[in-house]
Design a binder for this molecule. Structure first.
Ligand code: HEM
Length: 402
């Protein structure tokens, strides 16, 4: 496959289900490749270096202004642009410090029991059924319940969020249609109205949750957090908090069901879960790419990158770079020194990484222990997205038929 064919394949519905051959073809030409006005980065060292380089900028509103007219009219694009994900210093530093102050290790470890109880409840509901769709029944509801518990969203409102998040995250893809943009905008308007109501309730009756804590940061005044930033970061936490984890659970389960010996070992040795989850994150990342813009003329791995160039960082390709990982095409939960770039690196390193890992480390062994004969009902279908990679549905038979 040449460079043109590889790029075309990544953008086409035929290539999306398995982007890895295209990644290999691109990496074989070079870790940093100029393609049109952009650079595609596939090497581990190059992606890691770019993410840690302060001269490489996140896609902030100043950059959006140079690329799109009227982007502020789309509330979904606007909300993400107001969130910490799309900020550079000093705004990023300010927001990140605030969010880290409320999204603490204490809050995450307090969720361990919520996660375990939620997994048990879901698996109890599976009992007596022959087949279930794991995406609908577990991979969505579990992370939604967990992020809602963290934010302080009442359980009765959870059902809203799968649709809203699916709609909103379309604008995080490299390309989206006008119709997807419109649906994302409507979802953002609906979500903002929802959060307005919840924030008002928490102001009246504060609780130990993130909505209360972030609203208090806003209300403290000064330049701590504007109203739009409060909304943008709440929306980010909500969608970053589950679409991605949903896909980690789904991608992980299929990898394991395709490797029954490994699945059996994980069920028997739940303490080995961290190694398994890290390898799922490396081998089939729920987030396949992110972007940066060169803030100055730079040379990366010997390639000249002019100021203003857009860098597409293929995390899924970096995680299979043979210069970093021995036999990268092999799924090996015992891999030593496994450090995938799935949660990014540097200043924007995923704030929710410990939480996402914990959910998968609890849910995957529990599922395999409870239903040791579980198998896929057929080959599942991928969602037609490149950035957020997951399964549309995942039918499993809970007890094998033979
Ligand atoms: C497997 C699940 C997850 C994956 C693969 C993932 C991936 C990522 C990546 C790659 C970034 C950095 C993007 C960049 O540098 O451009 C990021 C940032 C972020 N993630 Fe996650 N994420 C996951 C789960 C979560 C969860 C559960 C939460 C919250 C509850 C969360 C909240 C965030 C936030 C707030 C940021 C922005 C951090 C910043 O800009 O400083 N993520 N995530």
């Amino acid at each position: 496959m040449n460079v043109g064919a590889a790029v075309a394949s990544l953008m086409s519905p035929h290539g999306l289900p398995d982007p890895y051959p295209a990644y290999d073809a691109l990496r074989a030409v070079g870790p940093v490749l100029p393609v049109g006005r952009r650079f595609i980065v596939t090497g581990y060292a190059a992606v890691d270096g770019i993410l840690r380089n302060p001269k490489m900028l996140a896609y902030d509103s100043g950059i959006l202004d140079t690329q799109f007219d009227e982007w502020r009219a789309n509330r979904a694009v606007f909300l993400f642009a107001e969130s910490m994900l799309r900020q550079n210093p000093p705004n990023h530093t300010r927001m990140r410090r605030l969010a880290s102050g409320v999204f603490t290790a204490r809050r995450v470890s307090a969720l361990r029991e919520v996660i375990a109880a939620q997994v048990d409840e879901i698996l109890d509901e599976f009992a007596g059924q022959v087949e279930v769709d794991v995406v609908t029944r577990l991979a969505y509801p579990l992370p939604i319940a967990v992020i809602c518990a963290l934010l302080g969203i009442p359980a009765a409102d959870r059902d809203l969020f799968r649709r809203l998040a699916e709609a909103l995250t379309a604008v995080l893809e490299v390309r989206w249609t006008e119709e997807q943009g419109r649906v994302a905008h409507d979802a953002a308007v609906e979500l903002e109205a929802y959060f307005d109501g919840l924030i008002a309730q928490r102001r009246a009756e504060p609780r130990d949750d993130l909505v209360t804590a972030l609203a208090a940061a806003h209300d403290a005044g000064g330049d701590r957090l504007t109203g739009d930033e409060l909304m943008g970061n709440l929306a980010l936490l909500l969608v970053a908090g589950f679409e991605t984890t949903t896909n980690l659970l789904g991608n992980g389960l299929v990898l394991l069901l395709d490797r029954p010996e490994l699945a059996k070992r994980l069920a028997a040795e739940p303490a080995s879960a961290p190694g398994y989850v890290e390898e799922v994150l490396r081998f089939d990342p729920p987030v396949q790419l992110t972007e940066r813009f060169a803030g100055a003329d730079l040379t990366i791995e010997g390639v000249r990158v002019p100021a203003g160039a857009e860098m597409i960082l293929l995390l899924g390709a970096a995680n299979r770079d043979p210069a970093r990982f021995d036999r990268p095409e092999v799924f090996d939960p015992d891999r030593p020194d496994n450090a995938p770039l799935t949660f990014g690196a540097g200043a924007h390193y995923c704030l929710g990484a410990p939480l996402a890992r914990l959910e998968a480390q609890i849910a995957l062994p529990a599922l395999l222990r409870r239903f040791p004969a579980m198998e896929l009902t057929g080959r599942p279908e991928r969602r037609p997205r490149l950035t957020l990679r997951g399964w549309a549905a995942l039918g499993v038979r809970l007890d094998s038929v033979d």
